[in-house]
Ligand binder design. Structure first.
Ligand code: NAD
Length: 700
């Protein structure tokens, strides 16, 4: 055994992570290092080579096994499992290992090997301590659960996000977490995929202590010397099958409300597992967890959701780099401007916000306070965000801003007037962005002397929930401005999608036929609840009628008009009743009255009695969207399929379990889609004419 002094210690010092004093390196593999400190404590550190984040791949696990063998031989006083990445602990399994797998028996074999390694870790005779900073997710948490103690460094985050990939924990989490904390809380974490911060984790008993980084060594010593007692809540009533049966029924009802089992089976399989095997028989549960995980992983939903994971990564990659934007000025404190300003302030930028209407400004600041309350986890973070958001009635902030975002009414002349006012005041290299939903940028360019720095930055409603932002280019804008705006999106945790200016850009262009077809169906006498249900049963987050109300019927009307005026496609006529409703102020959810009436919570009042929608109705709504996706690809509104698929999922919520519109089309068969469009064309008119680009789309 070669003994190399301190290299691991030095590395960690560089990242300001504690490793005890005088640690001597005992073994090193590609991704791990094992060292021993003066107190005979072994430190097993994961620092994945060539990656910015630690994840668990097959190689990482195999190396862990080799090092555990060494630990067993070494018999240290205790073992610490920690990450060498300053950015965090372990983000979970390496999802690249999961893509494209189709043989569940192969997955079972792989998982059984990985379980044996984690079991070996859990069976070590000396106390083991996971010291966790940053994110500890999925497989990372499962490794931490196999340790006798878990010490969280302030700011650590714990979670099982597997359900978001159509899976449940697969490396022992389904039995180790319910054995450690209240099983119902454990199930809640696994079923929702929501993470918990250090303080909550302590409360749940998931961690034994929360310390600051500088106290890690002392905390480790306390754990290993026996001064710190491990927290264990025990299984309580859930040892009894009648109790699990009762709780499982409630969980199933909740899970079904969030997502139907047919589309998202994972939560239901997890509940089955717990109900059937949650009495505390670890071996049985382990076997069943592996089997169930392998079935889910090789199923359609998980593979599609894994595809969506990579779509998100691709969009995220487009938002890397330094935007040079530290200060933002937003003009218009309405629904969008107010929320964009609040979001930017919550994400660390200095923001000034102006509006003609003082009340709108005050209301936006009030909404921002509520957002900070909900999304920021400490009083200091909330106070700092509030300090960064400055109401600026006079609009003085324009002079200091690196980016000015316009979010006033959807009228080209109003927007041009705003530009004429702000452009002369802006810094020389500042960017002017418009949040217009549909106005082609060339209609706005004449109002600024620097078209190269005028770009579209189209956020979606609600800003805090919708991750996508369209970064809209036009022929005269500079690549530098586009790159800075993409990086700006990345800096505020948003996913930039590069699109070309044309009426409605990508997302509203694609959504318009979905909404307008629903209006035609209403005109034909179909019940709005049935129309909405036909889209929801396909997997859309809400139906087109509810969506129109949510967006605002006034905005829908303007978008539909712009599209009809500017596009050479057959968008149905805007119905007369839509114009009357808008004129009467019945603009949707924001007015309490639109196509639905809204209750005090802002929920639509729906008639539960309606005809069950059929597949033909669903096709009539969904296929025009898909057809328009083809048109956008053909016209170059969006240049690549990945951006199109990702944008549709993260802006419209297009049925994620289907993996995106093109993946859906390919799975169903392009020929079948074209035939269905032709049938609809014969029945309802040329707006269903299949786009020629279908013929160019590769079948897989
Ligand atoms: P809104 O009516 O809620 O807010 C507009 C605000 O701008 C109002 O508070 C108004 O007082 C203010 N305003 C008008 N003229 C102004 C001026 N000259 N100077 C300063 N303030 C002025 O509208 P909204 O829904 O927030 O939409 C704003 C923009 O965002 C529009 O272009 C819209 O198309 C776009 N958009 C809207 C949505 C949506 O769902 N509502 C989604 C994406 C994009």
């Amino acid at each position: 055994m070669s003994v190399e002094t301190i290299s691991a210690g030095k590395h960690l010092d560089r990242n300001r992570l504690a490793l005890g004093s005088d640690a001597q390196e005992i073994a090193k593999t590609e991704h791990w290092s094992l060292s021993r400190d003066a107190d005979a404590i072994a430190w097993l550190v994961l620092d994945r080579a060539g990656e910015s984040t630690n994840t668990l791949s097959e190689t990482v696990m195999a190396e862990l096994e080799t090092l555990l063998e060494k630990v067993e031989a070494l018999q240290p006083a205790g073992l610490v499992l920690r990450s060498g990445k300053a950015g965090g602990y372990i983000a979970g399994a390496d999802i690249r290992d999961f893509a494209g797998v189709s043989q569940s028996n192969e997955v079972e074999a792989r998982m059984t090997r990985a379980h044996a390694i984690v079991d070996r870790m859990a069976a070590l005779p000396m106390p083991s301590v996971a010291v966790v900073h940053g994110h500890c997710l999925g497989g990372g948490l499962e490794l931490a659960l196999a340790c006798r103690f878990r010490i969280a460094v302030e700011g650590a985050v714990f979670g099982f996000p597997e359900v978001l990939l159509g899976l449940h924990p697969g490396l022992g989490g389904t039995f180790r977490l319910p054995a450690l904390i209240d099983p119902v809380e454990a199930m809640k974490m696994m079923l929702t995929g929501k993470s918990v911060h250090a303080a909550k984790a302590r409360k749940l008993g998931l961690v034994d202590a929360v310390v600051e980084e500088r106290h890690v060594v002392n905390a480790v010593k306390a754990a290993i010397s026996g001064k710190l007692k491990p927290t264990k809540r025990g299984a309580g009533l859930s040892r009894f099958s009648f109790y699990r049966g009762f709780a499982a029924r409630k969980m199933r009802a909740m899970a079904a409300k969030r997502a139907p089992e047919k589309h998202y089976p994972a939560p239901h399989r997890l509940i089955d597992l717990w109900e059937d095997h949650g009495a505390g028989n670890k071996d049985e549960m382990q076997k069943e967890e592996i089997r169930s995980f392998a079935t889910l992983l090789t199923g359609e939903t998980a593979q599609n959701l894994i595809h969506v994971f990579f779509l998100r990564e691709a969009l995220k990659a487009g938002g890397k780099g330094d935007s040079g934007i530290a200060q933002v000025h937003v003009v218009g404190a309405g629904t969008m401007g107010g929320d964009i300003a609040a979001w930017c302030a919550a994400r660390g930028l200095r923001v000034t916000l102006s509006d003609l209407d003082e009340q709108a400004l005050a209301a936006a600041i009030g909404r921002a306070g509520r957002l900070f309350e909900k999304r920021l986890h400490s009083g200091i973070a909330r106070r700092d965000a509030s300090d960064r958001l400055i109401p600026d009635f006079a609009g003085d902030g324009v002079r200091q801003a690196d980016l000015v975002i316009e979010a006033v009414a959807e009228k080209a002349d109003v927007k041009r007037k705003v530009f004429e006012t702000v452009a002369p005041l802006m810094k020389k290299d500042a960017i002017l962005a418009t949040n217009t939903s549909s106005i082609p940028l060339n209609e706005l360019l004449t109002a600024v002397p620097f078209p190269e720095r005028l770009v579209g930055l189209h956020f979606f409603n609600p800003v805090a929930r919708m991750e996508l932002v369209e970064v809209v280019s036009h022929d005269g804008c500079s690549d530098a401005a586009l790159a800075r705006l993409a990086a700006f999106c990345g800096s505020i945790d948003r996913l930039p999608a590069a699109v070309k200016s044309s009426p409605g850009f990508l997302i509203n262009r694609v959504l318009t036929p979905y909404l307008t077809e629903a209006f035609v169906m209403l005109d034909e006498g179909m019940q709005k609840e049935a129309i909405d249900q036909s889209a929801v049963s396909f997997g859309m987050p809400m139906g087109p009628i509810e969506l129109a109300d949510r967006v605002g019927l006034d905005i829908c009307l303007e978008v539909a008009r712009t599209m009809r005026a500017g596009l050479d496609t057959s968008v149905p006529d805007v119905p007369g009743w839509l114009e009357s409703m808008v004129a009467e102020g019945h603009t949707g959810r924001k007015a309490g009255q639109g196509l639905y009436t809204y209750d005090r919570n802002g929920d639509p009042v729906k008639n539960t009695k309606h005809p069950v929608p059929d597949g033909a109705m669903t096709d009539r709504l969904i296929l025009p969207m898909l057809n328009t996706c083809m048109t956008c690809l053909r016209e170059g509104v969006v240049t690549d399929e990945k951006t199109l698929e990702g944008a549709m999922i993260f802006a419209t919520g297009f049925a994620p379990f289907r993996g995106g519109p093109l993946r859906y089309a390919r799975a169903r068969g392009i020929e079948d889609i074209v035939n269905a469009l032709e049938r609809l064309q014969a029945q309802h008119g040329d707006r269903f004419n299949p786009d020629p680009h279908w013929r160019k789309l590769s079948p897989i």
